[in-house]
Design a protein around this ligand. Structure first.
Ligand code: NAD
Length: 254
């Protein structure tokens, strides 16, 4: 039980990485608060997590929702130890600088970047009240590498998450609050598969992954478990890359 006695809040917990993380954390003894804009799936995942789980609807782009989700965690389970700011979108109209509409840029930034800021803004006081804790912010390998398949707003938002996480780690290091960015590689989840919607697009991405496959949401959950638990007690400010080798590769094997 690697998260015994810990209370963890997970955003975007209705699907993909967030869902697998909620299930894994609950199995490791944590009490979990799940949040998402998708109430029906969020509620259903909370039920699968067992007795020590609670769902609250929260849109991470809304300050009031983020404040409420943190208060809900403390009210329901008495404290908050772990925040996984994981909710994110990848819009199909996100392209290069010429093609991307301002509205797509603003929406992506509001959820992917401001949403993480709000999670930290309202979550950090709760972690201080608990005398420390761990924050995990989901960035992406695209914050580290450029790609010819453009998704400019998404990439810029994830670069922001990475830089913000690093700075927060430094600011709060003496308060026993660790902050790490999780940088997943391309995953076999709805988010990416909707974007790579043809076999040709999928193959174009796969050819760059040394392991020759997409990652699974469960593999990101395992990484989040390490960062959430005391196993990573000296780990803060990292770009925790879990990507099948994509950021290490210049040429991949045939
Ligand atoms: P997903 O689409 O399966 O899950 C994302 C969840 O976030 C959904 O349940 C969705 O309802 C929720 N969400 C969307 N907007 C929200 C909002 N405003 N407020 C609250 N919840 C909201 O995607 P996933 O693959 O599990 O992605 C999770 C995170 O991982 C995202 O931040 C994504 O950018 C990142 N990521 C994914 C990949 C990948 O290949 N799938 C790679 C790198 C990083």
């Amino acid at each position: 039980m690697r998260l015994k006695d810990k209370v963890a809040l997970i955003t975007g917990a209705a699907s993909g990485i967030g869902k697998e993380t909620a299930l894994l954390f609950a199995g490791e003894g944590a009490r979990v608060v799940l949040t998402d804009v998708d109430e029906s799936h969020g509620q259903s995942v909370a039920e699968q997590c067992g007795d020590h789980a609670s769902f609250i609807r929260a849109d991470v782009s809304q300050a009031g929702d983020c404040e409420a989700m943190v208060l809900h965690a403390e009210k329901t389970f008495g404290k908050l130890n772990v925040i996984f700011n994981n909710a994110g979108i990848m819009h199909s109209d996100d392209g290069d600088a010429e093609a991307t509409e301002e509205s797509i840029w603003d929406l992506t930034m509001a959820i992917n970047l401001k949403g993480v800021f709000f999670g930290c803004k309202y979550g950090i006081p709760a972690l201080k009240r608990a005398r420390g804790g761990s924050i995990i912010n989901t960035a992406s390998f695209v914050a580290l590498l450029g790609a010819a398949t453009p998704q400019l707003a998404y990439t810029a938002s994830k670069g922001g998450v990475l830089a913000m996480s690093r700075e927060l780690a430094v600011i709060h290091a003496r308060e026993n609050i660790r902050v790490n960015a999780l940088c997943p590689g391309p995953l076999h989840t709805e988010l990416l598969m909707k974007f790579l919607d043809t076999e040709e697009k999928r193959q174009r991405r796969l050819v760059h992954i040394p392991m020759g496959r997409f990652g699974e949401a469960r593999e990101m959950a395992q990484a989040a478990l390490y960062l959430a638990s005391d196993d990573s007690s000296f780990v803060t400010g990292t770009e925790f890359t879990v990507d099948g080798g994509i950021t290490a590769a210049y040429v991949t094997p045939e």
